[in-house]
Design a protein around this ligand. Structure first.
Ligand SMILES: Cc1cc2nc3c(=O)[nH]c(=O)nc-3n(C[C@H](O)[C@H](O)[C@H](O)COP(=O)(O)O)c2cc1C
Length: 336
């Protein structure tokens, strides 16, 4: 039904969305970054429940999809409640990207994203990830072909470029938009910077001036105040948070970590570990959870011995019992 503009108070469902990717509505402007080894189904689903507006998978190598590698398909698991779900693929081969995207589209993601930011030498060095930023013509071919053959919107996550002397972010952003890309996420660093040095928000603001598709800014967002600051400074439609969310997934509910009481940390850690065990099985689930434990507990004063005991547990129940004990001590210390 068309909305009559004479009745501005009339309910318009479109008003609820923060922005649209093609015809896919996104209902929160704060989004969990794709992170290899972290944005797996257990963590993604938790961040989504806390408010993350989109669910990006970890990146998946197109050739692994074509080879039917089990681990690649495992990374693409999702539940419908997590939508909009974004599958992220990487490759230096347009042909492999297109074939893999067609294959994974059968799982019905909402969006397919191309990784153009990975700085790892084995990936960027062969022209994939951030390496793609050096070949704008290839980027044009990839996006033209993908947007022609796929039914879902196609997006990209880029960096600013390779190094100080090669920063083609304006050109690449234009190429992506002109060849059908429906969304662009920008990590404000070059490949050479990796994850250090200050993220360049001016560059994200410049990109805002040259494209009109939705833009997500990324880099150096750690607090609720940073979210609003980045939006105001760059004009981006959404803000993506990576490392800050590992320590503080509550940021998607616009809560700083210092405002989260230990009881809530404890219950979320329980849920996270239970999902890890359900998803990966007990042994692998507990081992993979250790890196998250270290981050969740980074704010608390635990002794070396306590941390070591916790991080060497291999059984779910043993682990939960121990961290309940340790957190109780933290809670009592905070109360006294
Ligand atoms: C451990 C780790 C894994 C990452 N894996 C991916 C990935 O699979 N795909 C991707 O586009 N970016 C990946 N990134 C980059 C993040 O999505 C994000 O752009 C970067 O961490 C900057 O944001 P932050 O300052 O909020 O952490 C990864 C980053 C980290 C730290």
């Amino acid at each position: 039904m068309a909305v009559d503009s004479n009745f501005p108070e009339q309910y318009n469902p479109k008003d609820d969305a923060s922005f649209y990717v093609g015809n896919v509505p996104v209902y929160n402007d704060v989004i969990l970054s794709p992170m290899d080894g972290y944005s797996d189904w257990p963590f993604r689903s938790i961040c989504h429940e806390l408010g993350s507006g989109m669910s990006y998978t970890e990146f998946v190598k197109a050739e692994d999809i074509l080879k039917n590698a089990k681990r690649a398909w495992e990374k693409l698991y999702f539940q419908p409640s997590e939508r909009p779900v974004v599958f992220q693929l990487y490759s230096d081969s347009p042909k492999d990207l297109v074939e893999a995207a067609q294959r994974v589209q059968e799982l019905e993601p909402d969006i397919i994203d191309i990784n153009m930011g990975c700085p790892t030498r084995s990936i960027s060095g062969r022209g994939a990830g951030a390496g793609l930023m050096r070949t704008p013509l290839k980027v044009a071919r990839i996006f033209r072909r993908l947007t022609d053959v796929l039914d879902v919107p196609v997006s990209a996550k880029i960096r600013l470029g390779w190094d100080d002397d090669c920063q083609p972010y304006r050109l690449i952003a234009k190429v992506i938009e002109e060849n059908g890309g429906a969304l662009l996420a920008v990590h404000g660093r070059t490949k050479k910077q990796g994850y250090i040095g200050k993220a360049n928000w001016d560059a994200i603001a410049e990109i805002r001036q040259v494209i009109s598709i939705p833009l997500i800014g990324n880099g150096d967002v750690r607090t609720v105040a940073d979210i609003e600051r980045m939006k105001a400074y760059t004009g981006c439609d959404g803000v993506m948070i990576g490392r800050g969310a590992i320590t503080n997934p509550w940021i998607f509910s616009r809560k700083d970590r210092g405002d989260v009481p230990p009881e809530q940390v404890r219950s979320l850690m329980r849920v996270h570990m239970e999902r890890n065990i359900a998803f990966y099985g007990e042994e692998r689930g507990v081992i993979l959870f250790r890196k998250n434990v270290a981050r969740y507990l980074s704010l608390y004063r635990l002794s070396r011995g306590e941390r070591k005991r916790l991080l060497s547990c291999t059984k779910g129940e043993e682990f939960l019992k121990l961290f309940d004990e340790l957190l109780q001590r933290v809670i009592n210390a905070e109360k006294s």
